[in-house]
Structure formats: structure tokens, C-alpha cells
Ligand binder design. Structure first.
Ligand code: MLT
Length: 204
């Protein structure tokens, strides 16, 4: 893989006309984790999968945190810009249109940060177990941007307050938001896949 600023994997499309998926793993994952999920949810789409650049006791993440759910906002801002630059370089290198983010947990939180600060970087976003990473001032312009937010009703890592605040902010910014709170915890369930796959297909 060329050095585009992030360790990553790229798998070219095998079905024409689909958006590329930008895969963003959870804490302690890497660029390999979400490849099977991407292949399953949107078969034949190009997959661009990045490894987070922050190490928390050896676990890769996309930005620093001070404690569970307490984010280092300066680091988040800088890392969000770095990720937007990576997307731009990867689009040039691999000939891609703006990708659809598919993020889980910490990866979903940086995808939310991208939507709030660099919305043009993404065509759409599938946010699995996300929360509002910071209060955007002013609200971004997300008119018509498709976002699917899938939350777990019993998620011990994502409190209900910042989860619902993310939905409210995305809606206020004009996103075409679908938010579902599933009978689940932090881990994904068959329900997530059953809702996400047709949502991704209808983006094309
Ligand atoms: C985060 O740190 O982004 C969230 O708390 C989820 C996670 O632990 O990855």
C-alpha cells in the first residue's frame, strides 16, 4: 500500500457504481477488523480501511481520551483533520469518489467528528455505537447527508445522553438521519446487519 499518512488496506471494487466504504475500527482494533463486515454489508464495494494512529496502552484508536468517554478535544480536532487529509490522498491514489464512512465505537466517534467538521469528506455515514464527540459551534451544513446511527439500548460504553445529543445535532444540521436504538449492548448484533445492509444498498 502507498504511504498516504495512515497504515491502511485498500480493496478495489468488484461491482461498478457503488460508493467506497471507509472502515474505521473500534479501540484496540486495526485495519483488518472491519473488512469482513464491509464485504458483508455492501458486497463488491471498494474498501478503504485505516488504522488509528493513537496508541492507548498498545491499543490503536483514532484520537486520545482522558478516560472512558472523556475525549482530548485538541487531539480529536487534529486527528480529524489528518483523517480528512488521508481520505483526500486515498481518493487521488485509488480514483475514488467521496466514501461512505462505516465506523464502530471509537471509529464511529471520529466519523461523527468528520461529519461535524469536514462534512465534504464523506458521502454518507453509518455510525455503529456512536456519541456526540463535542458540541459543534456553529452547526455544520449537512443538508440531505445520509446518516444511519445504530445504538444499543444497553450499551455500557455509550451513555444515552451523548448518544441522543448526537442524533439531535445531526438532525438540527439537516442530515437525512435514521436513528435506531436496538435491544443490544456495545457489540453488534444480527439486527444491526439487517438494518445496515439495505440502508447502504439504497445509497447507490
Ligand atoms: C471512544 O473512546 O471513542 C468511545 O468511548 C468508544 C470506545 O471506547 O472506543
Amino acid at each position: 500500500m502507498p504511504d498516504l499518512g495512515f497504515i491502511h488496506r485498500f480493496i478495489p471494487a468488484t461491482r461498478p457504481g457503488l460508493p467506497a466504504l471507509l472502515l474505521l475500527h473500534g479501540t484496540g482494533g486495526d485495519e483488518n477488523d472491519l473488512i469482513p463486515l464491509g464485504e458483508r454489508l455492501l458486497p463488491g464495494a471498494a474498501l478503504l480501511s485505516a488504522r488509528g494512529q493513537v496508541s492507548e496502552n498498545g491499543m490503536a484508536r483514532f484520537f486520545r481520551r482522558r478516560a472512558q468517554g472523556v475525549f482530548d478535544l485538541d487531539d480529536l480536532k487534529a486527528r480529524t483533520l489528518e483523517l480528512a487529509e488521508f481520505i483526500a490522498r486515498a481518493r487521488d491514489a485509488y480514483g475514488l469518489a467521496a466514501p461512505v464512512a462505516l465506523g464502530f465505537s471509537n471509529g464511529a466517534n471520529i466519523a461523527a467528528s468528520l461529519l461535524l467538521t469536514e462534512p465534504a469528506a464523506l458521502k454518507a455515514a453509518l455510525l455503529l455505537r456512536a456519541m456526540l464527540p463535542f458540541e459543534p459551534q456553529p452547526l455544520p451544513e449537512l443538508a440531505g447527508k445520509p446518516v444511519l446511527l445504530l445504538s444499543g439500548a444497553n450499551d455500557s460504553m455509550i451513555p444515552a445522553g451523548p448518544r441522543d445529543r448526537l442524533a439531535a445535532v445531526l438532525q438540527a444540521a439537516g442530515a437525512d438521519l435514521v436513528h435506531k436504538i436496538l435491544p443490544a449492548g456495545h457489540n453488534l448484533t444480527p439486527n444491526d446487519l439487517a438494518i445496515a445492509a439495505p440502508w447502504l444498498e439504497q445509497l447507490t
